[in-house]
Design a protein around this ligand. Structure first.
Ligand SMILES: NC(=O)c1ccc[n+]([C@@H]2O[C@H](COP(=O)([O-])OP(=O)(O)OC[C@H]3O[C@@H](n4cnc5c(N)ncnc54)[C@H](OP(=O)(O)O)[C@@H]3O)[C@@H](O)[C@H]2O)c1
Length: 461
């Protein structure tokens, strides 16, 4: 029989003691006095579940706390709070569900699980009347999810643009700043510990897509699953794309984007590399840092910036949640649960409103520009700028469209690639973060392409 939480220590079960878990243990030890003062009662480790019992660990705790029986630990009567930092879908999901069924508050950093099956976790938390906090799951140390859930609860978010994967941001920063090729930049990221041994989840955008789903769910009060997120990674980004971006005053970033459709019908959630104006606040986010830029109706534009990963930064977010959950245990309160009342439709990528930067290798013939402009016009897409690069056999055209639906833009590119004078579509990349009136229907924001909407045409094609 346990005393009420008000006058006894709160007992914490830690599931996982790797990069994040080991720092949670260290900070729990180092800040024990402050944490107790902030919660009202001390936090005590009840047990630490790991996979390999014999792994050498330097932890400031009694080694007898370690166990390989996580399932038994989470249901123990003397546990109040469970911290899950194992990662992956299973056994993390079953352990969290079992913990909640037994009345434990849960803190997790598990973006993969939340993005794949957040609905069942939230449902279990509501059913059992327990807290489920997950601040560390997106953008590591950055206080982001709680401000979105609580501080912005009175506002309307219209768009979230995030750089939420440090590995890809490091790679793209090196490509931009040193002219390094993709492989060289990835090798450098690995050597510095910014990339996993297998960096596929980062480079192909899986990690950023999971975070985009979590951000979109919170921003738009709608359940968004990782399968709803359109995903493109950075493996196809070339040195030429980076140079092209530089020529139009942009930098290439892997963006997690969640935005309300301008027609109000739904939300669009996507991850892809994009050219971003160097004047945009996110353009200055370098190397492995993360930042999330949120546009709201009343608050305007907000940016959250900081370390997106690493043991100590992530453990900081975990401990913040642990303090919040601990305070609730002491007072008998319950934190903010899932808010999915808006239940908006998650649209396909074709409905996204964006702009394209298109680089065409073209034949050196008169009338090419007119044919290219007509292809844009046929799909209702207007051209913002067009520039000729090179001369004669080396001629190429670089175009930037006005905002239009992605389906219209990709149909335009398909038509361009079939045009006789177009030898090759050298590169196509979306451009984000340039403000202009947003489209209201299937076509472009401005008038359809015409000779009048073609700017800065240089030379003959
Ligand atoms: N690392 C970061 O910078 C970061 C940032 C934000 C969020 N996160 C999230 O935090 C979570 C943990 O990441 P991490 O980098 O700390 O992972 P990690 O270093 O791989 O550590 C995983 C831990 O889980 C333990 N484990 C694995 N399978 C287990 C099982 N079946 N039962 C019990 N324990 C098991 C491992 O035990 P052994 O020690 O015996 O191998 C290890 O201690 C993930 O959800 C991740 O996405 C990480």
């Amino acid at each position: 029989m346990h005393r009420p939480a008000r006058d006894r220590p709160l007992r914490v079960a830690l599931l996982g003691c790797g990069t994040v878990g080991a720092d949670v243990v260290r900070l729990l030890d180092e800040h024990a006095g402050d944490l107790a003062a902030r919660i009202g009662v001390p936090l005590e480790l009840a047990g630490i579940a790991v996979r390999r019992a014999n792994r050498k660990r330097e932890l400031p705790v009694d080694p007898s706390l370690l166990t390989t029986d996580a399932a038994a630990l989470v249901t123990r009567d003397d546990v109040d709070l469970v911290v899950e930092v194992i990662g992956g879908l299973e056994p993390a999901r079953s352990l969290i569900l079992a913990a909640m069924e037994h009345g434990k508050a849960v803190v997790t950093a598990n973006k993969a699980l939340l993005a794949a099956d957040g609905a069942s976790l939230h449902a279990a938390a509501a059913k059992h009347g327990v807290d489920l906090f997950f601040e560390a799951s997106v953008a590591g140390a950055i206080p982001l999810l709680r401000p979105m859930r609580e501080s912005l609860a009175g506002d309307k978010v219209t768009r979230v643009l995030g750089i939420v994967n440090g590995t890809t941001n490091y790679v793209l920063t090196r490509m931009d700043e040193t002219g390094a090729g993709f492989d060289e930049a990835v090798e450098e990221a690995s050597a510095l510990g910014y990339a996993e041994a297998d960096p596929t989840a980062d480079l192909e955008g899986f990690d950023a897509a999971a975070k985009a789903a979590i951000l979109a769910s919170l921003a738009f009060h709608t359940r968004v699953n990782v399968d709803d997120v359109h995903r493109e990674g950075i493996t196809d980004v070339t040195v030429a794309d980076i140079a092209s971006a530089q020529q139009i005053g942009c930098v290439v970033k892997l963006l997690s984007i969640a935005e309300l459709d301008p027609d109000g019908g739904g939300v669009n959630v996507r991850v892809h590399p994009a050219m971003l104006p160097r004047t945009h606040p996110l353009a200055s986010v370098r190397e492995a840092y993360n930042a999330v830029f949120i546009e709201c109706v009343a608050a305007g534009r907000l940016m959250f910036y900081g370390a997106g990963a690493g043991g100590a930064p992530t453990a900081s977010a975990v401990l913040g949640d642990l303090v919040a959950a601990g305070r609730n245990k002491v007072t008998g309160a319950l934190g903010v649960g899932e808010s999915a009342y808006a239940d908006l439709v998650v649209e396909p990528i074709g409905d996204a409103v964006t702009r394209y930067h298109v680089w065409l290798d073209v034949a050196d013939k008169p009338g090419v520009l007119a044919q290219v402009a007509q292809a844009f016009a046929r799909h209702g897409v207007s051209i913002q700028t067009v520039r000729q690069q090179g001369l004669g056999a080396d001629a190429s055209l670089v175009l930037v469209s006005h905002a239009a639906r992605d389906a219209a833009l990709s149909a335009t590119v398909a038509e361009l690639s079939a045009l006789d004078p177009v030898r090759e579509v050298v590169s196509v990349m979306r451009v984000e973060g340039m403000d202009e009136p947003r489209v209201s229907s299937a076509g472009s924001a401005g008038s359809a392409a015409s000779a009048g909407s073609v700017g800065s045409a240089g030379g003959r094609p």
